[in-house]
Ligand binder design. Structure first.
Ligand SMILES: NC(=O)c1ccc[n+]([C@@H]2O[C@H](COP(=O)([O-])OP(=O)(O)OC[C@H]3O[C@@H](n4cnc5c(N)ncnc54)[C@H](OP(=O)(O)O)[C@@H]3O)[C@@H](O)[C@H]2O)c1
Length: 222
């Protein structure tokens, strides 16, 4: 399979890269500015692409394959730590996080859509349970919650719009994972989260259009 992963230089993105390379797939690993963990991987199936999802881009100027079986929109930011309550959140932080976590995946899909249609492929959008209103029992975290909620909504529209074109779309929650985003806290490690999410991706058509699914296969109300 030809697989494209954004935010692939560290954390869950790097975990996805390692998983699919170990299965023998060809991986186009996108990084914003530094190769980080990608620099340590020796594989002729690894292709690296510099891509900042906060900016508009033209996929025809980058080294992507003509046919993409799986796109994982993984790149994301949390936004200011300790500064996302009602009194401290700023317009700038709201817009920055929304631009990367919600508009970013939309940009990537708009640019790679034809290549994914060529393969009858799958799109996995990595959101967060923090974007579920149903799950919001503690308030706060305005920027991250809103951006990840927005991603769940646009991912459902993508699922509906791309279904007639033979493309499957799923929205995923990785669990609370030990990465830089959680300051290396978390309940599960990257390997456990990636093993679960890749299993869900492989069974994408078992789920209803636009469903939001956790790494353990549980459907999350949103
Ligand atoms: N860890 C968790 O518990 C958890 C829970 C729920 C959802 N998630 C979601 O899972 C995804 C991966 O998170 P993670 O835990 O692996 O976080 P992470 O370790 O902080 O990694 C984030 C990745 O996103 C990239 N990125 C950030 N801004 C970007 C941009 N403008 N363009 C391209 N790439 C960009 C980073 O690249 P740089 O190194 O260049 O900054 C990095 O590769 C995120 O969407 C996150 O919201 C994580």
């Amino acid at each position: 399979m030809n697989i494209v992963i954004t935010g692939a230089n560290r954390g869950l993105g790097l975990g996805f890269v390692q998983h699919y390379l170990s299965k023998g797939d060809e991986v186009w690993a996108c990084y914003r500015s530094n190769l980080d963990g990608l620099a340590d991987i020796q594989s002729d199936k690894l292709h690296t692409v510099q891509l900042d999802v906060s900016q508009d881009f033209d996929a025809n100027t980058l080294d992507f394959p003509e046919s993409i079986d799986l796109l994982i929109n993984n790149a994301g930011i949390y936004g200011p730590y300790g500064g996302q309550d009602l009194d401290s959140i700023t317009s700038e932080a709201m817009l920055d996080v929304f631009n990367i976590d919600c508009v970013g995946p939309l940009r990537v899909v708009q640019q790679l859509k034809e290549r994914i249609i060529n393969a009858g492929g799958t799109i996995a959008n990595i959101s967060s349970k923090m974007g579920s209103s149903d799950d919001n029992g503690s308030g706060g975290t305005y920027a991250y919650r809103a951006a990840k909620a927005g991603l769940i909504i646009i991912s459902k529209s993508m699922a509906i719009d791309l279904k007639p074109l033979g493309v499957s779309v799923i929205t995923l929650h990785p669990g609370w994972v030990t990465t830089d985003m959680t300051h290396q806290s978390g309940l599960i490690d990257v390997q456990t989260s990636v093993a679960g999410m890749t299993d869900v991706i492989s069974r994408v058509d078992d789920y209803e259009l636009g469903q939001f699914v956790a790494f353990d296969g549980q459907v999350i109300p949103f």
